[in-house]
Each structure stands twice: as structure tokens, then as C-alpha cells.
Design a protein around this ligand. Structure first.
Ligand SMILES: [Fe+2]
Length: 156
């Protein structure tokens, strides 16, 4: 299985968000590694970290959009909630015991496809509005990052 590579065309030009998106891709690649090494506990473990990180990322993104007064916030939130449901279903399927590696393979492909299309079609829309608020409120961003991610921001 090939590893996914972050490509420059996926950058939104907002470093704090781009770094989080890159981290999600890293988790997807960790999942690939866990599948390749046929370590089922590792697969479950990575999946859990991937989910937690993605949820934190959504929370951060939503706070940023909210702070920026982004008009499509509630629509974007709905897309996030739907995706969270999808992840929960994937996780249930994964831990159901039937062919975990096969399921994990599908999970990684579908996570990556979702992320790319979400960045290109939904995230891209908030960029101009959020960029403005970022310039104005750097200290707010930092405290929000700390609140949501705790001390794990250093690797985000
Ligand atoms: Fe988003």
C-alpha cells in the first residue's frame, strides 16, 4: 500500500490549519503502516488517535470560523457532524471483529478521499474570512489551540 503524500495544492495558505491537515494525513499513513505490519491492536489504536485528532481539528476550525463571523458556519458544522458519524460507524465496523484489515484498508482510502474533497470544496470557502481574523487575533488563536489540543500542538 502506498503512503499518501501531502501536495502543495492542498495548502489553504493558513499555516495553523494546513499543519493540522498534514497531521491528519500522517495519521492516515500510520494506519497504513499498522495494516502492513498486521498489528490489529495498532490499527485500533491509530484509528482512535486519528478520530480524536480529527474531532479536535473540527472543533478548532469551527471556533475559527465562528470568531471570523463566517456565514456558512452552520452548513460547515453539519458537514463535520456527518463525517464524525461516518468515522464512528467505521470504528464500530472495524472493532466488530470481521476482517479488520480489510475494513481498515477501506477506511484509509475513504478518509483520504473525504479529506481532499473537503479541503477543496468546503474549507477553501472560509479562507479569505478566516485569514482576516487571524491577522487581528493572534493571541486568541494561540489560546484556542491550547484549549482544544492541550500540549499536543507542538506536533500539529
Ligand atoms: Fe472543515
Amino acid at each position: 500500500m502506498e503512503m499518501y503524500e501531502w501536495t502543495a495544492d492542498l495548502n489553504l495558505g493558513i499555516e495553523v490549519i494546513d499543519a493540522q491537515h498534514r497531521q491528519i494525513v500522517q495519521y492516515i499513513n500510520d494506519l497504513t503502516r499498522a495494516i502492513s505490519s498486521e498489528d490489529v491492536d495498532d490499527v485500533f489504536d491509530v484509528m482512535e488517535r486519528l478520530r480524536d485528532y480529527t474531532l479536535d481539528h473540527f472543533a478548532f476550525e469551527e471556533q475559527l470560523m465562528n470568531q471570523a463571523g463566517y456565514v456558512l458556519l452552520s452548513a460547515h458544522q453539519m458537514v463535520h457532524r456527518r463525517f464524525e458519524d461516518k468515522i464512528a460507524r467505521m470504528q464500530e465496523e472495524l472493532t466488530s471483529g470481521r476482517d479488520p484489515f480489510g475494513i481498515a484498508r477501506r477506511v484509509r482510502t475513504s478518509l483520504m478521499a473525504w479529506l481532499i474533497q473537503h479541503i477543496r470544496h468546503e474549507d477553501v470557502d472560509y479562507v479569505p474570512v478566516v485569514k482576516k481574523v487571524l491577522k487581528r487575533e493572534e493571541s486568541w488563536i494561540n489560546s484556542s489551540l491550547k484549549r482544544i489540543f492541550g500540549n499536543s500542538t507542538s506536533n500539529a
